[in-house]
Design a protein around this ligand. Structure first.
Ligand SMILES: [Zn+2]
Ligand SMILES: [Zn+2]
Length: 116
């Protein structure tokens, strides 16, 4: 458990309302994940670019929390298991008016065939 505690920063703020890398480029995502250590918002492993797991691999920040409305689970990329988290500063999800997949205007019509 001590290892997991070290990977969660209870003061970390979410980096924004969407995947950092997708918003910089022209990307889109299915679901969003929040790094429990630094607050990086990235796209899930079903999304084309999988920026959340890439962030974990690059930084060693291996615990993520869901950033989807109504979800409150945590996941550990190292053990590939769900773990008990702790409350993180709000917001704990993207705005409910943001579409899934998102962001608005960037999702191709054939998005379902592009998922991983
Ligand atoms: Zn992304
Ligand atoms: Zn991080």
């Amino acid at each position: 458990m001590s290892k997991i505690r070290h990977s969660i920063n209870v003061n970390s703020q979410p980096s924004g309302a969407g995947c950092v890398e997708c918003l910089k480029g022209d990307g889109w995502w299915l679901h969003l994940r929040r790094c429990a250590e630094c607050g990086h918002i990235g796209c899930c492993d079903s999304s084309p670019e999988q920026h959340s797991s890439k962030h974990a691999a690059e930084t060693g920040h291996h615990i993520i929390a869901s950033f989807e409305p109504g979800e409150d689970w945590f996941y550990d990329f190292e053990t590939r298991n769900y773990v008990d988290g702790v409350p993180l500063p709000p917001p704990t999800a993207h705005p409910t008016d943001q579409p899934v997949p998102g962001p608005k205007g960037k999702v191709p019509h054939n998005w379902e065939s592009l998922l991983n």
